[in-house]
Ligand binder design. Structure first.
Ligand SMILES: *Cc1c(COP(=O)(O)O)cnc(C)c1O
Length: 228
């Protein structure tokens, strides 16, 4: 971050902690002199985040926390009154905080399911344990790709590779089609890369177990053996 050209008069700096399309993740929260705003949709509760460094963190629940339709916001109390006059109630965090997040009827079922995930994280041993498992899953997958003699390739620098999203390509695009088709038939669904970039992408959020990733790496190795 030291060589980034930042405007010191900015009201805030927004960053996306983990960019899920190309698969690039910050190694730590950037240090800036303005309030730091973080899109942590794909990473909140998958690893520890230094909350104190941030003015605001927001995350949709659907990646590591619960069902779609719920968004969690963590805001520095000092920023609560920073909303513009025209901000509608539903986006005004001071009003939402005053109403204890019940400005209108909340999505009770989503709250309940997300609360169960919080308890599951505690039962697993907390966020450090979840993080360790997520790192082990990602390391296994990246190692399988890197050790494939170029059959599969991920070109993101190791220190910025995300733990949750592992995109890769096959050297031969025709073979890539066969890979995705056979993967789907073998029960590995949803491996197609984001529509804007193509390729393959394994989303291995916290709910995906290490044995599930081991099964995937077995499949990846077997496919390379047959088609390599
Ligand atoms: C998933 C995600 C979102 C939200 O995606 P929607 O599918 O549009 O709800 C936003 N930001 C990041 C970084 C994400 O990974």
């Amino acid at each position: 971050m030291t060589n980034w050209n930042l405007n010191p008069n900015a009201a805030y700096l927004h960053y996306t902690e983990n960019e899920t399309v190309h698969g690039v993740q910050f190694a730590g929260a950037p240090c800036v002199s303005v309030p730091l705003v973080c899109d942590a949709c794909s990473s909140l509760l998958s690893k520890p985040i230094d909350v104190a460094k941030h003015g605001l963190i927001y995350a949709a629940a659907q990646k590591n926390m619960g069902p779609a339709g719920l968004t969690i916001v963590i805001i520095d109390a000092a920023l609560l009154d920073a909303a513009l006059e025209v901000t509608p109630d539903i986006l005004n965090y001071a009003h939402i905080a005053n109403a204890e997040s019940m400005l209108n009827t909340p999505a009770t079922f989503l709250w309940c399911l997300t609360g169960l995930t919080f308890k599951w994280i505690q039962r697993c041993g907390g966020i450090e344990k979840i993080h360790q498992t997520n790192q082990a899953k990602a390391e296994l997958l990246y190692r399988t790709i890197d050790d494939s003699d170029g059959f599969y390739r991920n070109s993101v620098q190791a220190s910025f590779r995300p733990i949750n999203n592992v995109p890769f390509v096959l050297a031969d695009t025709a073979v890539e089609k066969d890979f995705l088709c056979l993967a789907d038939q073998s029960g590995f669904r949803g491996l197609r890369g984001h529509a804007s970039v193509g390729g393959v992408r394994a989303c291995i959020y916290s709910a995906v177990t290490l044995p599930a990733v081991e099964a995937l790496t077995d499949f990846i190795q077997d496919f390379a053996r047959v088609h390599g």
